[in-house]
Design a protein around this ligand. Structure first.
Ligand code: FMN
Length: 329
């Protein structure tokens, strides 16, 4: 493959990273050589929900992990520098590839989930996780400079669920945030290549005990997927966890994003699915509550729930050609 072909292959996989509201806040530039740059597209930052751009940088970090993993799957060793230019805060990373080394079996397996992994929304089946799944997720987060804290204690789990309930209650009453959510929640049948489509969330909220409410993507329109079965019994909340970093600078947000995509792909490779909740992390006082009460002072970025479930949801992305540009002035 030429460097240009490699770039296109890598970008076509990196764009399937998760991003807040599927805003896909990234663009890539390449000069035809064995290197590319990943930029944050600030026009896609959520002005109301994400004024500091933290979720935007987490999303870009997730795409960066996809770049690295896709290169590994082709047998290249990526050399990555995160936020390489202090004067250019939207230049998230530069990645180059020259050296070769065969990918190992685990890298191949992770890469095979880049295009097919989907965010889960709702409850899980009662089936337990495959043994060692959680250990693999935690090790994956640590290897990217973040931490996945499993919230196993019943009291802490109930507190975490209550914080999400409080956040969701607040967000549903905030006009500015609701208008922003509307921008990223296209109606069924829309051909929009971004935002959260109605094919990716259940029409009927799936409650669990304790209850971790989903975002209200349908906003009262009744949009969403019909239930797979009418059975409501024995649906589980899954294993709850918090993704955290020791510090809270933009570089830490990019590390959190790389850790997130590694966690999600590792879960997929273990046959598990992951639900994400960032509602309380968008409200400073609830984020601070989680930091001091539930994550030992580490900075929280996302609440995750991991479990087993049959997934039918579908998502959308922009065309790789729409996010890849020639490098230049
Ligand atoms: C920083 C961040 C925050 C997110 N917050 C939520 C959330 O609160 N609720 C949710 O259902 N999904 C959340 N997601 C998942 C995105 O909505 C999802 O990645 C996007 O819609 C694309 O879908 P896919 O992951 O299935 O490809 C979040 C993702 C990121 C990166």
């Amino acid at each position: 493959m030429t460097a240009e072909e490699i770039t296109r292959y890598v970008v076509a996989r990196a764009i399937w990273a998760p991003s807040v509201h599927n805003s896909q806040p990234w663009r890539f530039t390449a000069d035809g050589g064995p290197r590319l740059s990943l930029h944050a597209d600030t026009s896609r930052r959520l002005a109301a929900a994400d004024p500091d751009g933290r979720e935007m940088m987490i999303s870009c970090g997730a795409a960066l992990f996809g770049v690295r993993l896709a290169l590994r799957s082709l047998g290249y060793v990526p050399e990555t520098s995160v936020l390489p230019e202090p004067g250019q805060p939207t230049l998230v990373a530069r990645v180059s590839w020259r050296k070769r080394a065969d990918p190992d079996e685990f890298e191949r397996r992770l890469a095979s989930h880049l295009l097919t992994r989907r965010t889960h929304r709702g409850a899980f089946d009662p089936e337990p996780l495959v043994p060692d799944t959680l250990a693999a997720l935690r090790a994956g987060a640590a290897s990217e400079g973040a931490m996945l804290r499993i919230v196993a204690d019943d009291g802490h789990r109930a507190a975490l669920a209550a914080v999400i309930q409080a956040a969701e209650h607040q967000l549903r009453r905030d006009g500015e945030r609701l208008r922003e959510l509307a921008r990223w929640t296209p109606a069924p049948g829309s051909t929009s290549p971004d935002g959260v489509p109605a094919t990716s969330y259940p029409a009927r909220p799936e409650h669990t005990e304790p209850d971790f409410p989903a975002r209200d993507f349908a906003r009262g329109h009744g949009w969403g997927l019909p239930p797979l079965s009418l059975a409501t019994a024995h649906r589980a909340a899954g294993v709850a966890g918090l993704l955290t970093t020791a510090a809270d600078r933009p570089a830490d947000w990019v590390h959190a994003g790389q850790a997130l995509q590694r966690i999600l792909l590792t879960a997929s490779a273990c046959g598990a699915a992951v639900a994400l909740h960032s509602q309380p992390l968008e409200l400073p006082w609830l984020r601070e509550f989680i930091r001091t009460q539930l994550s030992d002072g580490a900075h929280p970025h996302l609440v995750l729930r991991v479990g087993m479930v049959t997934q039918v949801s579908a998502s959308v992305r922009r065309d790789p050609e729409d996010v890849l540009f020639p490098a230049g002035p």
